[in-house]
Design a protein around this ligand. Sequence first.
Ligand SMILES: [Zn+2]
Ligand SMILES: [Zn+2]
Length: 256
Amino acid sequence: MNYKIDLHVHSNTNPHAFSTIEENVNFACENGMEVIAITNHGPALLDTPHWWQLLNIKILPEYIKGVRVLKGVEANIIGENGEIDINQAIYKNLDIVLCGFHGCPEYHKNQSIEKNTKAAINIIKSQKIDILVHPGNKEFPIDFEKVIKIAKENNVAIEINNSSLSGTREGSEIRCREVAKIAKKYGCYLTVNTDSHYCRLIGKTDLAMKIVEEIEYPEELIINSSVERLNNFLELRKKLRVKEIFDDYIEKRFKY
Ligand SMILES: [Zn+2]
Ligand SMILES: [Zn+2]
């Protein structure tokens, strides 16, 4: 079974994705999706446009063709102490903040598990993010036990990413299963998303759902398993999220 809510969808404002927001919405609408979140990459990833793109997502209506469109981002961890590659102007308008490790000039892959674990723990504790995406990525090894325990304590959701399992991130099957098992042990919020970079992939989470179903993950903890659960999670996160993030990466990178 696939859920009708996909909280990790890219549009072609990042050139390695291939569909417009309109194409994403059309496919979502035709396939009975209730909610999608547009979550383009933060500007530390090299394949991104000027940061105004993320800023201007606020012009989207809440519903398009009956599909609720959440305004989001997939931001990057760019340091060990909770640093993120968006600024307050972007942050304050977002419905949902995804964040994770991606190879970028500020944070390279294949670093020590100690460094990555510290970085993941600190971004979660900062309360700037709602979802830690694809934590099973072996290019950024983390101590799953330590990170997921902190995620539970801070009400941050952990993602099982279908794209990782369909070949994007090698070795993900074993690692994502491990992530899901540990998350279940701690009673952590979980989310199952496509990370779609092409409209026709939206909502198709078969490989991730297989893991979640096999380990019998409690559905009440899966934030995108129903609109009610999603709304409850977003309400909770609205209260917990910091009001000011004070990050200056964008101001340093983009000279006006
Ligand atoms: Zn990603
Ligand atoms: Zn993504």
